[in-house]
Ligand binder design. Sequence first.
Ligand code: KG4
Ligand code: ZN
Length: 411
Amino acid sequence: MTIGYYEVMADTFILGIESSCDETAAAVVRSGEQMISNVVASQIATHKPYGGVVPELASREHLRAIVPVVKQALAEAGKTFETVDALAVTQGPGLAGSLLVGISYAKALAYALDKPLIAVNHLEGHIHAVLLEERQKGNRELRFPVLALVVSGGHTHLYLAEQRGESWSYENIGHTRDDAAGEAFDKVAKLLGLGYPGGPVIDRLSKHGDARAVKFPPSQIKHPDRRTKAPTLVAKDATKGGATPGGAPAPLSFADVHPRFDFSYSGIKTAVLRYVETHDMAEAIEARRKALAALAKPKLEDFLANCDKQTLDLVASFQRAVVGDLVSKTLAAAREYDVATLFVTGGVAANGELRETFERDSAEQGLPVFFPSRPLSTDNAAMIAAAAYPKFVARQFAPMDFSAEVGMALR
Ligand code: KG4
Ligand code: ZN
């Protein structure tokens, strides 16, 4: 099976717009395989004093940034509004107000320019970040089945991805029951006085601590899914696999006959909190919070100067536990579904230990694993423009009355 080799005409330039959370982004991508420009305006400075994303502030910042960001993406690509072929925008999942800024602007542009508009699922975007960069490297061979772990601030989701003709489809085979992995990084960093966002700083500090120092119990899934692997394709769920009005059995999905591979990260966050309480760390944390807040852009040395060994060991042990859980569950799912290729994508895929562990352990399993580069792991619009390309080829354009879908599922 080849990727990116669609039966199409000449080059297609898509202007992608992303505004689902706290990054305003725009990019121009050629035919789903070459990133021509990629501009990301981060709102970290705005949300930092609050220790997390404040939705109202996020919408306001998107409104401020969207026009200059789009103009910069066009200018860097040597393109104009008139010379792009289509517009693509994130429809969901994400924050309602933030999504609406991107969607309203993209609709207005599409209407004024009389160009097609494509609505893209943000999670599909993360998956296509991998495909875009592999095509860009000239790697067009892709073996199916593909399993994709999308691991970010809002999601820890496992999808089986399929390509039929130009269209991609996805089946969810596991997701977090509570906090997403990125959310756990952010919450733990906040409770240790390390600021926001938590992932990048924990990633860098972990190298300086002993990851074996603190033992965390394995994550517990409170309400196990009762589905177990069935010897035949018989669904226990009465709504599936029953007779259709025509008498033929309804088709079963993979997830109907395999166990699920769910995640849970709120337990480990609570365990870190307990550790902090039982080891009297509150005073030191408060001092660190104040010292770091006084610095505009704290560097690694500033963080290290404000962290004792106990904190570094705790951070490293936390990261080791989360990474171990993500890798072992994902690889167990890969074995269960006998997949040929693994993608790991989303903001947490920027994590150094996660990448190294996946690379080492999947190689042992003989499974090729692909990540986006670090800039394309976190939110960006190149992934949205890339995911839009197969939809452009299939002429799947969004009607002008479509709206934001906060909890949009990927199918
Ligand atoms: O994909 P993303 O940019 O936005 C969402 O769709 O959520 O992911 C952001 C998340 C944040 O939780 C952030 O702390 C985490 O990704 N993150 C990391 C790293 N870089 C970003 N987590 C661990 N290690 C990193 N290096
Ligand atoms: Zn994301």
